[in-house]
Write a protein that binds this ligand. Structure first.
Ligand code: FAD
Length: 569
């Protein structure tokens, strides 16, 4: 291969400002001479611009909808060493450097789009922007891409949760005639496995960034103006910016500085397994880490200031989880506040309200996450940040400054990786001018990967109650599911909520093993506007837990045969 050359619009007669209506190649594609690259459409003709030489596309410089004229750069192509130049065909392949507009002359770097933060929101936004032909730079303070999700969130926690599940499944088989010895846990090996999973994914991201020609700049970024960031010692100017700087673990005031008190990142390090672990905060993250540490041998006490596990989730979905952990953990203290902690050699003494106390060997603080909006110099760019650190955005993920977008945890809503990545795509597409790009989901699924898992999407029963929305509810108990019984885990349930009259699906909730996988079907259904009949007539494979969605819909339809149909009113 030789250096990349620019492929420009050749002589196209008298036409100027012609829109790009189709892009027929992507970065990484190999083309041979005369392969069509992009299609332009004037009011008189449609023209395909051919490859002037064989080679590999390295970067797109236009997006659908852009207007181009003779000489406009369409893309970069690394010519095959043996590729014959097109020669006569046109001035399409030239090596003249592009006249890149620089919003702040003299900056060390300039990009069409700078993405601040390389979590699931940021890297997705950067990759999509590059795929749409925009010169993109990704700024990340850590050398490893992937943000919280890949490094200290979703992926390491799920890796450890898998280990926890294997341990508890092996134990449960004791009741059914197969007993294993108590597992020996090699913490170093378990940690190394978790690290290897993370390294595979983060390394993969670095490779994907390179293949897309997304330039990665490592360092802490701060705005110094509406088109300028400073990253370490270097300045970066941009036409557009996408803020994807995420969130960090919230903490409780007044806790002693003691290595035995950790947040979720500290807990994922698996430095040691405390014999008595207090988990402060019973949201998803606290309960998932409790599941891991319990399987690895800790005696768990849960404390939560609200009056239920996973506050906000429908109580009927939480109930089977509560019952299972209550039988296994030392204590669940709901409606209870931690008043103070003192640390000494004998342990961590904790005072709760109502005069109670306890001594623990380790404490996990899992009391929520704080957005990083206040830490990036947003005011220098004129970007509004609310008092909690969130950056308000519109449906195009635009902040109050039109050329600066924000996505992911930092904009609020459910702090979930899949929300961040979808928002990232929207921001990139809006910047590239993709018509109709907007973040407008009908549902964002939430999953607690506890044992059993709890998952929900769309309207919840709790929310319907609060907002006075009338719903039709159908609940299929997993005690009637052959698959759940064959797994020895029949405590689950699948609940569907329908709109009375139209019978369209409004929401779904599940509790049981693998509920996190099962919820996806209902998200698809709600996006497609499915009703109870659609779901009931969908043939699910037997025997699977997925059947429980179909059975719940059959209950709503009154066509179920695996249970007695509900009495017609
Ligand atoms: P982040 O992932 O927070 O990434 C932001 C990035 O920006 C970071 O890499 C940070 O270093 C960088 N950054 C910040 N400021 C700067 C700066 N000034 N300069 C340069 N770089 C900067 N979500 C799920 O959907 N499913 C799960 O199973 C799940 N499990 C989780 C488990 C745990 C233990 C935790 C803590 C979170 C979990 N989450 C899960 C939440 C999920 O990780 C976040 O919602 C997601 O990572 C948010 O993505 P983001 O791109 O908005 O930000």
């Amino acid at each position: 291969m030789s250096a990349a050359t620019e492929v420009r619009v050749p002589d196209i007669g008298d036409f100027t400002d012609v829109p790009v209506i189709e892009i027929l190649v992507s970065p990484g594609d190999t083309v041979t001479v005369d392969d069509p690259l992009v299609t332009l459409e004037s009011d008189k003709a449609t023209m395909e611009i051919p490859a002037p030489t064989a080679g590999v596309i390295t970067q797109l410089r236009v997006a659908i909808g852009d207007r181009v004229s003779e000489g406009s750069v369409l893309l970069l192509l690394e010519a095959d060493a043996n590729g014959a130049p097109a020669g006569t065909s046109s001035p399409a392949a030239t090596s003249a450097p592009p006249a890149t507009p620089s919003a702040a002359a003299g900056a060390d770097h300039h990009a069409d789009v700078v993405v601040l933060g390389a979590g699931p929101g940021g890297y997705t936004a950067a990759f999509r922007a590059a795929d749409l032909g925009l010169k993109t730079m990704l700024v990340e303070r850590y050398p490893r891409l992937g943000g919280v999700c890949l490094n200290v969130g979703c992926i390491p926690s799920k890796t450890l949760l898998h280990a926890a599940r294997v341990i508890s499944e092996a134990e449960e088989m004791g009741e059914h005639g197969i007993s294993f010895a108590k597992p020996t846990v090699d913490l170093d090996a378990l940690r190394a496995w978790k690290e290897s999973v993370v390294a595979k994914l983060t390394g993969g991201l670095a490779g994907l960034a390179k293949r897309r020609s997304v330039e990665v700049l490592t360092g802490i970024g701060r705005f110094t103006g509406p088109n300028l960031l400073i990253v370490g010692e270097e300045t970066v100017s941009f036409e557009h910016c996408i803020i994807a700087a995420g969130s960090q673990a919230a903490t409780l005031p007044g806790l002693p500085d003691d290595p035995r008190i950790v947040d979720s990142s500290g807990a994922l390090l698996l430095s040691e397994i405390p014999s008595r672990l207090l988990v402060i905060g019973c949201g998803i993250i606290g309960l998932e880490m409790a599941t891991v540490y319990h399987a690895l041998g800790s005696r768990i006490t849960l404390v939560e200031v609200m009056d239920s596990l996973i506050p906000g989730c429908d109580p009927d979905l939480v109930k089977p989880l509560h019952k299972r952990v209550a039988a296994r953990y030392e204590e669940i203290m709901l409606g209870t506040r931690v008043m103070g902690v003192t640390a000494d050699d004998g342990g961590l003494s904790v005072e709760f309200d109502a005069g109670r106390s306890g001594v623990f060997d380790g404490i996990l603080v899992a009391v929520g996450r704080r957005p990083n909006g206040g830490l990036i110099g947003a005011d220098a760019a004129g970007v509004g940040v609310d008092e909690r650190g969130f950056i308000p955005v519109d449906a195009q993920m635009r902040t109050n400054v039109p050329h600066i977008h924000a996505i992911g945890d930092i904009v609020g809503g459910p702090m979930l990786a899949h929300k961040a990545s979808h928002e990232g795509k929207v921001a990139a597409e809006v910047i590239a001018g993709v018509p109709g790009a907007a973040f407008d989901p009908r549902a964002i699924p939430s999953v607690a990967y506890t044992d059993p898992e709890v998952a929900w999407m769309g309207l919840t029963e709790t929310e319907a109650g609060v907002r006075g929305i009338d719903v039709e509810k159908a609940v299929f108990p997993w005690a009637a599911s052959g698959r759940a019984l064959s797994l020895g885990r029949d405590e689950g349930m699948t609940k569907l909520l329908f709109e009375p009259g139209t019978r369209r699906l409004l929401g779904a909730g599940m509790v049981g093993v693998n509920a996190g996988e099962l919820i996806a079907e209902t998200v698809g259904a709600i996006e497609l506007g499915a009703d109870a009949e659609d779901l009931a007539l969908t043939i699910h494979p037997h025997p699977t837990l997925s059947e429980t969605v179909g059975f719940a819909a059959e209950l709503a339809e009154g066509t179920i045969t695996d249970l007695m149909p509900p009495r017609r009113r």
